[in-house]
Structure formats: structure tokens, C-alpha cells
Design a protein around this ligand. Sequence first.
Ligand code: NSP
Length: 236
Amino acid sequence: MTNLFTDRLWNRIEPIWKSYLEHPFVKGLGEGWLEKDKFKHYMKQDYVYLIEYCRLFALGSAKAQDLKTMTKFAKLLHGTLDMEMELHRQYAARFGISHDELEATEAGATTTAYTSYMLNIAQLGGIENVVASVLACAWSYSFIGKELASWPGAIDHEFYGEWVKMYSSDEFTELAEDCMNLINEMAEGKPERELAKLEEIVVKTSYFEYMFWDMAEKQEEWPVKLYTQSRLIKPM
Ligand SMILES: Cc1ncc(CN)c(N)n1
């Protein structure tokens, strides 16, 4: 039996990812009681997060050494722009937010930190760094989507059901599996020193995923308070 790199990664990330399911934002989404304002904040931040995430797939295509890999990244880019982000555009319409307004969302601190980390790691290394940067994003949403789909009433919920349906769909599962297959192919034959570096990227991005859920729960943008002469003038 072959040892898959994703099996090794799972041992590290399982406790982190299981904690997403306990997080009030994810729990509220799956059980259907999440406040709509929190979801609206999440959806807007997630849209601008996904724009940067798309750049990573474009970077993967640019770094690819063969057409098969280039095509895989192009498919991931298209799937995100066209399928995943369409879900956000449809939710935005339900909130009365136009496409332009959605796209013009100012990225908050966590969104900026997370996307900057991924883009920096991906620029610094080879194509395996690009895949390691996006892996937790695609795989953990597939994990959450499938888990929530098994919760009573989640998939049929009148508001959050569409979210659960999309992230548990065959189409999204295929995108996540493409990323898993890519990292397994790229890990083959690599020395332990390089595998450990890739593992750290997946662990860090898994922490960022937790922080993103937390940012959404707290409706955080930039957690900065401006004072003048000890008086609070603007909670940002
Ligand atoms: C923050 C975050 N991480 C991952 C995904 C799934 N592409 C997402 N939509 N948003």
C-alpha cells in the first residue's frame, strides 16, 4: 500500500479541522441559527479572499512544467471563478448587494494576512508551494460541506442550504480531490526536509482557516481602536 502525503497531513490537521465544526459560526451555519449579518460579513470578506485565491491557481498554471498540470490549475481557477464565486454573487443578490459592491469590499485584517501569506509562500517556492498553500482551503471546505450535509435539515435550510449543497457537491469534491492528487504527486520522492516544510504550510493555512471563521463570527474588519487624549474616537 502506498503512503499518501495527504494521510500524513491528516494526522496533523484533523484536530484543527474538527474544531471548525465546534466553532459557533460553522455550527450556526449547519444548524441554521447563524445571524444573517454575520453571514453577510463572511460572504463579502470571502469574496475578496477568493479573488486572491484565484491568483494562486493562475500562478500554479504559470509555474506548471507540463500541460496536464497547467490544465488542472486552469480548471481549479475556472471552478472557483465560475461555480464557487457564483454562490457568493447569489447570496449577495439576496442581501441586495450588487456585483460591483461585492467586488469592492475592503479586505479586513485576517483576510489580508491569510491571502498575503499564501501568495508570499507561493511566490517564494516552486509549484509544490502553490499547491500546499491552497490545499487546506479546498480540502477543509469539502470536509466541512460533507459533514454539515449529514446534519439534520442543513441541506434543506431555506437560507444556508445552498451553501451546504455547493460545498458538499460532486463538483466541489472534485476540485478538492484535484488539489489532494496534486500534492500527493508532488510529494513523491521529496526528501523529509521538504515534506516537513510543505506540512507546515498546510498547518499554518489550517490555523488561518480557523481565524477566518472567527473573524466572521466577530464581524471583524481591522480590530483597531483610535484614541485621542484617552477618549475612544473610532472603533474600526
Ligand atoms: C477562507 C476560505 N477558505 C477556503 C475556501 C474554499 N475555497 C473559502 N471559500 N474561503
